[in-house]
Ligand binder design. Structure first.
Ligand SMILES: *Cc1c(COP(=O)(O)O)cnc(C)c1O
Length: 391
């Protein structure tokens, strides 16, 4: 049985006609920059995330970059983030002329650990940390109550890297559930095709509950022009393409259904793994939905974890990857090298000590989790993993 890591074709099939019709409409309209499709998507995403503003941008990376530009992050500044993430989380910091500073992750959630953050902030005696970027890795929110408390204490803005987590929810202390991206000054989403809401190319969105900040970003994404040809700020071309917007508006209607299917798949994997001896023997560790208890207590089936990736940690990862690949089962390492280990940072910062992030990078493995995956396929994946550790 061939099981790819991701099967965009099976998602496209039922939507193909609708998408082609919508794209044709944009082509025939001859409005190829901004326009009603972008505005329509922005208002739908603001509504979906319950935020005051949503600004369509060219990618998740550019959403993060323009957020830091709007915060005037520059030379001499540092930005506190996690080392266990996609490169863009850190790349944008350096591109602004600032330096990253890392706190280790919590090994259970893989997300940045607020206790480690507190230690870093305490050491920041000259107050060079000017922003915090938590990442909601794999589709699960970081511990935002603790992170926002630290941000308040030190008066530092928080930019959520929610690239993998559009629609994920987090339980505030009040018991209220809020969507990822709506807690910091800015939330950054990616519409890269492999994300839960993916376009037919690159795209992104920045959301904010501070409408003044949202308007500043709206200006910066278009060279800082307001009105046209008058530039009080230096921005860039970070615009979202209307062809992407029209496709994303169609897909947004199915997003909740897809989140639910991914969550069901995660739960099926958990059950299949629990029926083996792999968990007990500590050959495999399955991902933990950290806020499950709060969700059950509040009687909600909300999408607290949207499983953009279902990531296990395993013993003898290289051997397992070879085994699965030779059996046509897709899998991938997110991410094999931590950000602080990247060559491009070697000259820029002193190497921090981040044992949990490094351990995750050495032992994690993403399995297929896409919505269209069948129970039979999942059963087969787990059977093949069992057979590897028996061999
Ligand atoms: C995908 C991703 C990004 C970048 O998004 P692009 O749209 O590819 O630029 C940033 N951060 C994280 C955590 C991501 O997964």
């Amino acid at each position: 049985m061939k099981i790819p890591l991701l099967d965009l074709g099976s998602q496209l099939k039922p939507l193909r006609e609708e998408i082609i019709e919508a794209v044709t409409k944009v082509i025939d309209s001859t409005t190829y920059i901004q326009g009603p499709e972008v505005i329509g998507l922005e208002s739908e995403v603001a509504n979906y995330c319950n935020t005051a503003s949503a600004v369509g941008v060219s990618s998740g990376t550019d959403a993060l970059l323009v957020a830091l530009m709007a915060l005037k992050i520059g030379p001499g500044d540092r930005v506190l983030t996690t080392s266990y993430s996609f490169f863009a989380t850190m790349g944008v910091i350096v591109r602004c002329g600032a330096k990253p500073v890392f706190a280790d992750i919590d090994p259970v959630s893989y997300n940045i650990d607020p206790l480690a953050m507190a230690a870093v902030l305490k050491n920041d005696t000259d107050k060079t940390i000017k922003a915090i970027i938590p990442v909601h890795l794999y589709g699960q929110c970081a511990d935002m109550t603790a992170i926002m408390a630290l941000a308040d204490q030190y008066d530092i803005p928080v930019v959520e890297d929610a690239a993998q987590a559009i629609g994920a929810e987090y339980p505030l202390e009040s018991g209220r559930w809020v969507r990822s991206g709506s807690m910091g000054i800015a939330g950054c989403f990616s519409f890269f095709p492999s994300k839960n809401l993916g376009g037919i190319g690159d795209g992104g969105m920045l959301v904010s509950n501070d409408s003044k900040f949202g308007e500043l970003v709206r200006m910066l994404r278009n060279h800082g022009a307001e009105p046209k040809y008058y530039h009080a700020e230096i921005g860039g071309n970070f615009r979202l393409d209307p062809i992407q917007a029209t496709v994303l508006r169609i897909k947004l209607k199915y997003l909740e259904k897809w989140h639910a299917a991914r969550r069901e798949n995660a739960s099926a994997y958990n059950t299949f793994f629990a029926e083996t001896s792999l968990l007990e023997e500590q050959k495999v560790k399955v991902p933990v939905a950290v806020y499950k208890e709060q969700a059950e207590l509040s009687g909600t089936s909300r999408n607290y974890h949207i499983y953009n990736q279902y990531v296990i940690t395993v013993e003898n990862r290289d051997g397992l990857i070879k085994w699965l690949t030779s059996r046509d089962i897709g899998c991938e390492i997110y991410y094999p090298l931590c950000l602080h280990e990247q060559e491009c940072l070697a000259e820029l910062i002193d190497r921090p000590v981040l044992p949990h992030a490094e351990k995750a990078a050495r032992s994690s493995l993403a399995l297929p989790i896409y919505p269209e995956l069948t129970l039979e396929m999942q059963k087969y994946v787990v059977e093949q993993i069992v057979s590897f550790y028996k061999s």
